[in-house]
Design a protein around this ligand. Structure first.
Ligand code: GLN
Length: 243
């Protein structure tokens, strides 16, 4: 079988090795005999969302977000429709912010988001930088997610968005309410770089599971695949922060 991943704005939105998330998805799909095809989508490039099984968009500095957000807004209705029909999406940091209603930068620039996730983001007085360890709320084994955050934006969840996780170490969405990231349906937004998926194979497999069930039906399942190396990397972070 084949899965198609649309990688939005790989040139402008790719901080701290975010592309490693795409490689992790591709690696764990291909090891299971799935033909995993990545389509890079840059500004102005059209996408037929019906041909796509998953979407990934990485983080970006404020200046890069400002470059792409109007193009991203043009995709609002067709992308939102596909997401609401269960198309899985992973959005990191700057992309997470633009999936929400708005991001107001430290300079007072208002970058309108596509408003699919019920979140709003404003630049805070403190920058959130460092390792993050959190407990995921999705059905994940192990429960923990590890990563690295570096953002000025502070994100607040509205009623429709649930948190992806609760932080044990780090600041997460805003440094106040203990939440990290957001989940709505099969759309995940998070501040975790790292890259996130190479050290969190359980989250990689959840995204792949969502994609194959959407393609083949609810009874389809991902074949088991060893994740001991990836989980060893995950556990190194847990041990390093002594949690
Ligand atoms: N520019 C955004 C912020 O600082 C996002 C940064 C990022 O993607 N790491 O909040």
């Amino acid at each position: 079988m084949q899965l198609v991943l649309a990688h939005l704005y790989p040139q402008h939105m790719n901080l701290y090795g975010d592309r490693g998330n795409v490689l992790a998805l591709q690696y764990r799909a291909q090891k299971r005999g799935i033909n995993f095809h990545v389509v890079d989508i840059e500004m102005g490039q059209d996408v037929d969302w019906h041909e796509v099984d998953m979407v990934f968009m990485g983080g970006g500095e404020d200046s890069h977000q400002a470059m792409i957000y109007e193009d991203f807004l043009n995709r609002k209705s067709r992308l939102s429709e596909s997401l609401s029909l269960g198309l899985p999406m992973l959005a990191i940091c700057g992309a997470y912010q633009l999936l929400g209603h708005e991001y107001v930068t430290a300079d007072g620039n208002r970058l309108e988001g596509i408003g699919y996730l019920d979140i709003t983001t404003r630049a805070g007085s403190v920058r959130s930088i460092g390792d993050v360890v959190c407990d995921g709320v999705l059905s994940l084994t192990p429960k923990t997610l590890v990563g690295f955050e570096n953002h000025g934006g502070q994100t607040y969840l509205g009623d429709l968005a649930g948190p992806l996780a609760h932080v044990r170490l780090g600041r997460g969405n805003n440094g106040e309410d203990g939440t990290e990231g957001a989940v709505q349906g099969h759309t995940i937004g998070t501040y975790l770089h790292g890259s996130l998926l190479p050290k969190n194979p359980h989250l990689t497999d959840l995204l792949l599971t969502w994609a194959i069930k959407r393609r083949l039906g609810p009874d389809a399942n991902l074949a088991p695949l060893d994740a001991s190396w990836e989980l060893a990397a995950h556990d190194v972070i847990l041990r390093r922060v002594k949690i």
